[in-house]
Design a protein around this ligand. Structure first.
Ligand SMILES: *Cc1c(COP(=O)(O)O)cnc(C)c1O
Length: 358
């Protein structure tokens, strides 16, 4: 018997979420973001699910080459561009479109002859202060890129820091204004919106959107995925492999962080932090036991965690446990561990068995 823990990727959920993204911004084309092995869902499954996307977008060169091997013929965007001049040969060979965000990358393009000129994406830093040229440089860099023999065409992009919040922080409106000002008069296609902007900032209009987490059923902000009409694309599932009967005063696990205040039964589940379940999840983190909500108890171990069997008095070894997935949003589990659904999706360990369902 294999260990009962399995991470299931749901292709139809990813298809439905892509449709939701496209519907949210009618007329825009879609870069489906598949970095980090499609946020942990499997690159080849994502490629199949996102057949209807206009392009795929990621940051890893070996994975981009893999997409071409698997037969993806539409555009591929490299969202961090090239890291070294030697990457340019890969861009040309696999017809990849680099984001150009730094002067050093312009220089690489200028000094490297290419037989097949590249489509490039000029990134403007409008307030995120991660990647991109200052707005005041946008026009100059744009014209410099357009004039290079190694460049076929240039489009424009920026990235929002707070598209999921209203008000308090450097906001979307200020970033849009900075972008509009920086790119005024430049004749180019524009891509702006991540998932949060796609779902929550409907006023934004770009030629392309760049949704990531929403395609996997993750909520980009405080609103629940369900209320945003998204379907979970991953189920992390295991089984109860042991039970214990506690007396009042008995404790559970390392550090004895949970102490029973009355007699109760607990189940030990084959899933721990070495599988990608967050160790910082504490007592009370929701778990589904045969579809019924119960709670995590005490500290998560490397290969195991403990749950409360009280809601199902007949529960025993073999009962199915859902750590996240349908009926238990990944973001809710993440919130109990002080993190976000993104991190949990991407963090499933290599030892976890994988399955895919249509
Ligand atoms: C990861 C990424 C996205 C997708 O972000 P989500 O929040 O997952 O929708 C879009 N654009 C860029 C540049 C990214 O790095």
């Amino acid at each position: 018997m294999p260990r009962p823990l399995v991470a299931i990727t749901h292709v139809s959920a990813m298809q439905a979420n892509l449709a939701a993204a496209r519907k949210a911004v009618p007329g825009a084309r879609t870069w489906a973001v598949v970095k980090a092995d499609a946020y942990g869902h499997g690159l080849s499954h994502a490629m199949r699910a996102f057949e209807a996307a206009d392009g795929l977008s990621l940051v890893e060169f070996d994975r981009a080459a893999r997409l071409r091997e698997l037969g993806w013929q539409k555009p591929i965007m490299m969202m961090q561009g090239m890291y070294d001049v030697s990457d340019i040969e890969h861009l040309a060979r696999d017809d990849l479109q680099p984001v150009i965000h730094h002067a050093e990358q312009c220089r690489m393009l200028e000094i490297t002859p290419i037989n097949r000129p590249l489509v490039v994406h000029l990134k403007i830093n409008t307030g995120m202060n991660r990647l991109g040229f200052m707005p005041s440089q946008a026009s100059e860099i744009y014209h410099r890129l357009v004039s290079m023999p190694s460049v076929r065409s240039v489009s424009l992009m920026t990235h929002f820091a707070n598209a999921d919040s209203n008000g308090t922080m450097p906001d979307v409106a200020a970033q849009i204004a900075a972008f509009a000002h920086a790119t005024a008069g430049l004749d180019a296609e524009v891509s702006l919106s991540n998932s949060a902007a796609t779902l929550l900032q409907r006023q934004i209009r770009g030629d392309w959107i760049r949704p990531g987490v929403m395609l996997y059923g993750g909520a980009p902000g405080m609103q629940s995925a369900l209320s945003l009409g998204l379907q979970p694309a991953m189920t992390l599932q295991s089984r109860v492999i042991a039970t214990q009967s506690l007396r009042a005063g008995d404790s559970v696990g390392y550090g004895s962080l949970f102490i029973a205040d009355q007699p109760m039964r607990i189940g030990i589940v084959a899933c721990g932090y070495a599988d990608g379940y967050p160790r910082l999840a504490s007592t009370g983190t929701p778990v589904l036991l045969n579809g019924v909500r119960t709670r995590l108890l005490g500290r998560v171990s490397m290969d195991m965690l403990a749950i409360d069997l009280s809601p199902l008095p007949d529960a025993d070894v073999g009962c199915e446990v859902t750590l996240w997935g349908e009926g238990l949003p990944i973001d809710e589990v993440a919130a109990h561990a002080g993190t976000i659904g993104y991190e949990l999706m991407c963090g499933i360990a290599a030892r976890v068995r994988r399955e895919v369902r249509d």
